[in-house]
Design a protein around this ligand. Structure first.
Ligand code: 15L
Length: 269
């Protein structure tokens, strides 16, 4: 891995991953709609709008691996999700294929399976239960990952990321939190592991309350070090200040499940 492209580089997660990528690989191409701050000597910025295939192809020039964080990162109107996450994600895979990129790490999300109840432990192979249009768009990206891996010989890792940050910020995040360092470990597996063809893994640290069986990631050598329980008291105190959300508190996807919810509350599964 000489030259790595990071999309969504100006976003919050992009900002956390940038220094870790820059200290691991010799050349980093950053792309986003707006330019990120404080470029390091081995970072180059190429402006790319995911809805414009030509600009995404330019960003892929000479690139060995892509970390695709770009797109719309929360629930949003259909038109926004369609452009940024459906069309944009297709452009990303297609541009990478046309430019001969060998590997792609796709930032999927826990919202691809958000309608599983918190009492159920799940692996990456369960039937999808997206909790939002955003979650559906992440499944579309996972589908593209499998297609480009098996049809076009790319090596693809889809990470169903929980919540990235320096610490878990509420009760739900005690189960799904991932530190930037642990996320970087998973990204490296995606960019470098010789046996990877296509996998889905959960982007979670070493969380005692995890709802996910991440043994596939462990098989590839993932050894997370972040422990959400180290921040338990402050996360639970922050939870106390949030308004009650019976639907969100039942399901893994939290508030993404209760947004626009008009199902039968007597029959939540
Ligand atoms: C995500 O997928 C989002 O990108 C992030 O903003 C958080 O909402 C996160 O999920 C979460 O579930 O906490």
């Amino acid at each position: 891995m000489k030259r790595v492209l990071l999309t969504g580089a100006a976003g919050a997660v992009g900002g956390m991953i940038r220094p870790l990528l820059a200290s691991t690989y010799p050349e980093i191409v950053l792309s986003d709609i707006k330019e990120p701050q404080n470029l390091q000597p081995n970072e180059t910025f190429i402006q790319a709008d995911l809805t414009d295939l030509v600009s995404v192809e330019k960003a892929c020039e000479g690139v060995d691996g892509v970390v695709h964080l770009g797109g719309y990162s929360v629930e949003g109107p259909w038109e926004v999700i369609l452009q940024a996450n459906i069309i944009g994600c297709y452009h990303m895979f297609e541009a990478a294929r046309r430019k001969g990129v060998k590997r792609l790490v796709f930032a999927s999300s826990n919202h691809a399976i958000g309608f599983y109840p918190r009492v159920q432990r799940i692996g990456p192979d369960v039937v999808a239960r997206p909790d939002s249009r955003y979650g559906v768009s992440k499944l579309f990206g996972e589908g593209l990952g499998a297609l480009y891996a098996y049809k076009h010989g790319m090596r693809v890792l889809a990470l169903r990321i929980g919540n990235v940050g320096e610490r878990p910020v509420d009760k739900r995040r005690l189960s799904i939190w991932i530190s930037p360092q642990d996320l970087m470990q998973l990204i490296r597996i995606g960019l470098e592991h010789p046996e990877l063809r296509y996998e889905v893994m959960y982007g979670a640290s070493l969380n005692e309350r995890s709802w996910w069986d991440n043994s596939v990631a462990y098989k590839y050598g993932y050894r997370p070090t972040g422990k959400a329980e180290d921040f338990r008291d402050e996360a639970l105190a922050a939870q106390e200040k949030l308004p009650p959300d019976p639907i969100g508190e039942f399901y893994q996807g939290g508030p993404y499940c209760s947004i626009e919810f008009d199902g039968d509350t007597d029959e939540i599964w």
